[in-house]
Design a protein around this ligand. Structure first.
Ligand code: PTJ
Length: 250
């Protein structure tokens, strides 16, 4: 994908332009929904106000996200149309580093998009992609949005839900799952519902969670549990909101 993108890396808006290019291609390939373009624009505005970098508190949340995934009995990484367009290979690497399943789970679910995303993930190295059986349900949501795999998200104990709609993030939380949410808006209901809110661009967050997982892989469960227990999600959200409201954009 990126090879058809001819903006030089030295361009000051390189990352942002690459992101737009990937999302646009995602729409053209039938992976990303048109609403995904709007979501991308909203995310960019928050990223700009956050300084387009991983803050210290986001890095800490990413480390805790890695610890939660490593501790989980059945971790699942949920992939929607934006995630598939932006970080397909990086999601596969995170799944490998943490032993997680990958499941396609769409807000605007159609069988064509489900298949296109699963194929795209396989092209990027995924062995198994869940979500197509749809023999499980998230209680409290309407039919299409509630569809999950019984041996995937339905039976997961820890779920990574990046760029998620608030309703579904809350419904997954109500199922008793530990939710790790990646969302650039610290005020979104998804981020607020998360046990581990990661307020960072998914482009930076996913590879950084993988790097932390690799670094933590030899640690004892007790050490990982301490990291998770000491994490304060409200403090992480407050730090991000403070940067957005009072940060220095210079
Ligand atoms: O592919 P589907 O059908 O599952 O639909 C996916 C979208 C994203 C369209 C759907 O889930 C949706 O409408 O989401 P929202 O409610 O717009 O929420 C998306 C959130 O992701 C917003 O809070 C954005 O600020 C945030 N966001 C957008 N781009 C990024 C991001 N967060 C992290 N990294 C990004 N690159």
């Amino acid at each position: 994908m990126a090879d058809e993108f001819d903006v030089p890396e030295s361009h000051p808006r390189y990352e942002s332009l690459l992101t737009r290019h990937r999302i646009e291609e995602g729409v053209e390939k039938g992976i990303t929904s048109k609403q995904g373009l709007i979501a991308e624009g909203r995310g960019e505005a928050f990223d700009y106000l956050l300084g387009e970098r991983t803050s210290e508190s986001a890095d800490e949340a990413e480390r805790v996200a890695a610890a939660s995934l490593l501790l989980a009995d059945h971790p699942v990484l949920s992939v929607n149309g934006n995630v598939a367009a932006l970080v397909p290979g990086e999601i596969v690497e995170l799944a490998e580093a943490t032993g997680a399943d990958i499941e396609v789970n769409l807000f605007n679910r159609t069988e064509e998009r489900m298949e296109a995303i699963a194929d795209h993930l396989r092209e990027h190295g995924a062995d198994e992609v869940k979500g197509l059986k749809a023999d499980g349900r998230i209680p409290g949501l309407d039919h299409e949005r509630a569809k999950v795999d019984a041996d995937g998200i339905e039976s997961a104990d820890v779920v990574l839900v990046p760029l998620e709609d608030g309703d579904r993030a809350e419904a997954l939380g109500a199922m008793g799952k530990t939710e790790i949410v990646i969302d650039l808006n610290p005020l979104s209901r998804s981020a607020q519902a998360a046990a581990v809110p990661v307020v960072d661009n998914i482009l930076r967050a996913v590879p950084n969670i993988t790097a932390h997982a690799d670094a933590l892989s030899e640690q004892s469960d007790a050490t990982l549990e301490t990291l998770v227990e000491e994490f304060d999600p409200d403090a992480a959200l407050a730090a991000a909101e403070d940067t957005i409201r009072h940060g220095d954009l210079a």
